[in-house]
Design a protein around this ligand. Structure first.
Ligand code: MG
Length: 182
């Protein structure tokens, strides 16, 4: 039997998500998209940080964008320009359509939704996405992936779909996506 490449596995997971009307992927950065925690104080270059991007997430982001899903980075890190530079290196074509919401005080979410966990980050990112493209994003059409269990707990309690990423075992993510939707 031919082995399926990581790219193909990610494309399969994304098509599973879109088949269940999930059209917005909200991704944590530290210990999720990348395999280290920068503490919001990365001193190296974007090129160096980009070497820490998990291949799984590179493929997921590309597959999601190709499938016309919306993608955002939702992080407590204040280093938004650094994360933007990593996205430019990683997915230059799609970077401009991926909002980043971090702790850089450049945005305020004034809606009535929860301010806990990553809720305000996601709500604000959705506002930007809606200004860029015609789409409808709801809590049920959103999937948050984050290694911080508290953010997952808050999202789930708010009716947002969410999957905890085990930072030491990211390979389980695709299986968990499948389980979530079964
Ligand atoms: Mg994290």
């Amino acid at each position: 039997m031919a082995t399926t490449s990581l790219q193909e596995q990610c494309e399969e997971s994304i098509s599973l998500l879109t088949s269940r009307q999930i059209n917005f992927l909200a991704l944590d950065f530290d210990l999720t998209v990348i395999d280290i925690h920068t503490g919001g104080a990365w001193q190296g270059t974007a090129e160096e940080l980009a070497t820490h991007v998990r291949p799984l997430f590179k493929h997921l982001i590309i597959a999601a964008c190709e499938a016309n899903m919306s993608v955002a980075i939702v992080t407590f890190s204040p280093q938004v320009p650094m994360i933007r530079a990593v996205l430019q290196l990683l997915v230059p074509t799609y970077s401009p359509q991926i909002p980043i919401r971090g702790a850089d005080r450049t945005w305020v979410y004034e809606g009535s939704g929860s301010q806990e966990g990553k809720q305000a980050h996601m709500a604000s990112a959705v506002e930007e996405i809606l200004s860029m493209r015609e789409t409808t994003i709801t809590r049920r059409s959103t999937l948050l992936i984050d290694d911080d269990a508290n953010n997952i707990k808050v999202a789930l309690s708010e009716g947002v779909r969410a999957i905890w990423l085990n930072p030491r075992d990211e390979g389980r993510l695709l299986g968990n996506i499948k389980e979530l939707l079964e």
